[in-house]
Ligand binder design. Structure first.
Ligand code: SF4
Ligand code: MG
Length: 316
């Protein structure tokens, strides 16, 4: 079966006031299979949120293509565009900022239903109640306002809003990082259960590899606007190829001291360079413990090293 989403050479550049260019997303290539969870991970500022927003067309791509269900989303018009707006939804990082404080929860959830004219009258009310139940809330919550809820509950409202118009694909941009640790696992479980019940596909964006490796089928690691490694989550965890991925993994404590001992601790030197002025050659070379002279001279190609395992590094 063809992937539900294919991202081809996707770029999103921003022109700054001083005429310099911020290459926030700089040539992404990956695909996501129907029904899977693809984790996109990297430090803050690596371009992962911009990538999500460009894929769903909140931003117009500077270059490249996003193919969704076999169609180039940059070329969709009329009904096809509306259909795309339904089929792909986003859940945002900040459940405080992403809900309109002046709207009741019922109205927030029903907004998409109204825009897409899915249900009216009693059917619409029933649908809102059903969605509230689906995310662990109840119909009494429909008449209340966002400020009356906790962070975890607000994120549930955001998820109900995304589900309201029966999407196939959800981009979740750090959906749990603003929440208390005690409720993070509950919200992750909610995502998992909804995926099973509705056959959803997820692009799950996070800065925390420790969390993302448990919930993803495959993972893409981003650095300075580029993917440096893509593999199945289990493969990436057991055999990371890129020195950046190795450093991220080595920072995660492992309960078993024997495995911890065998895993070489890689401590990164220095700060992340500015994406306005990235290093020549390999973007990671200023912090890479394995950098070689050729790393400054040329950009390593992103290539398939083993079946399904891609990396951009001159070591391979
Ligand atoms: Fe390190 Fe060179 Fe590989 Fe870049 S290409 S990750 S600098 S070894
Ligand atoms: Mg972000």
């Amino acid at each position: 079966e063809a992937p539900i989403l294919e991202v081809k050479n996707l770029r999103k550049h921003f022109q700054l006031k001083d005429n310099r260019t911020l290459k926030a997303v700089d040539g992404l290539n990956f695909s996501i299979n129907r029904g899977e969870t693809f984790g996109l991970v990297g430090e803050s500022g690596c371009g992962k949120s911009t990538a999500g927003r460009t894929i769903i067309r909140l931003y117009e791509a500077s270059e490249g293509q996003v193919i969704f269900n076999g169609k180039d989303v940059g070329k969709l018009k009329g009904d096809d565009r509306l259909k795309f707006n339904r089929e792909m939804q986003m859940v945002f990082q900040d459940p405080y900022a992403s809900l309109n404080p002046r709207m009741t929860v019922g109205k927030i959830i029903a907004e998409g239903i109204d825009i897409h004219k899915l249900y009216t009258g009693k059917k619409r009310t029933d649908r809102v109640h059903q969605l509230l139940h689906a995310v662990g809330l109840n119909e009494e919550h429909a008449g209340r306002f966002p400020h009356e809820f906790s962070g975890g509950q607000r994120q549930r409202i955001g998820i109900a809003r995304a589900l309201a118009i029966e999407p196939q694909f959800i981009i979740a941009d750090e959906p749990i990082s603003a929440l208390d640790v005690s409720v993070q696992a509950q919200v992750v479980n909610l995502f998992k259960n909804l995926q099973r019940e509705h056959g959803l596909t997820y692009l799950f964006i996070a800065h925390d590899l420790a969390m993302i490796k448990h919930i993803s089928d495959r993972i893409g690691v981003m650095y300075l606007g580029k993917l440096v490694e893509v593999a199945a989550a289990s493969t990436l965890n057991a055999k990371p190829l890129h020195p950046y991925t190795q450093s991220l993994l080595s920072a995660i404590p492992i309960p078993d001291p024997e495995i911890q001992k065998s895993r070489e601790r890689v401590i990164l030197q220095g700060e992340i360079p500015s994406p306005v002025n990235p290093p020549s050659g390999c973007p990671f070379r200023t912090r890479c413990p394995k950098a070689m002279p050729e790393c400054a001279a040329s950009m390593p190609a992103f290539k398939e090293i083993e079946p399904g395992h891609f990396a951009a590094c001159h070591l391979y």
